[in-house]
Ligand binder design. Sequence first.
Ligand SMILES: [Zn+2]
Length: 243
Amino acid sequence: MTPGFLTAFGASLLAGAVTTAGIFMIRRHETWAREQATLFACFAAGVLIAVSFLHIVPRSFAMNPRAPMFLFAGYLFMHVFNRFITAYVCDRPETSGYALGLVPLVGIGVHSFLDGVVYSISFSVSAFTGALVAIGMVLHEFPEGIVTYTLLVRGGFAEKRAFVLAFLAAAITTPAGTLVSYPFVSVVDPPVLGLLLALSAGALIYVGATHLLPQAEREPRRYSLVALGAGILVAVGIVLSAG
Ligand SMILES: [Zn+2]
């Protein structure tokens, strides 16, 4: 076991724990958790957007001249993937409530697994890149846990079963993704790693700018702009102090 693996796996375990905390809090303190979820989403969006534009994208471009194509592909893949999940649910009004909860659950499972792969990639590039990614990614797991649980309860699942399913799909899949991908990702040549990093940058920009931000705009809370600004400040601060 290398130090790189231990930090990547540690970060993904933390991500899984934060998802679980989100699921737990939405069960126990619903109003409080919903308010916090927006703030977490805004802060995470700020970190993810800043980190992607200021560190990950330039880093990947420096590692491989073909990286721009992969950046674009990563973004587009996330869009198509989410589109597919949404279309599947919305185009079938006759689907039962259970399917309504289960179909996005598969999507969330795949997404959370890929989150784990992103930890493998970023920590393989460097501990610094990994840590930057982890700040934004770990925080976005809190609203992710809440969304997953809410979808299942709306789909008609009993609370206990929704808790277990949300934990399996959104929490445990992230460390699993790191565990499965790390042995492969950590041994690829730097130019190939640059392409993988560009792919993850596309995905991170999607999560930050296309997924989290509009969600925050739809639910305007007093401190959402402050949280976004704080996320940006933290990321910019770290990037500048290292540069
Ligand atoms: Zn995620």
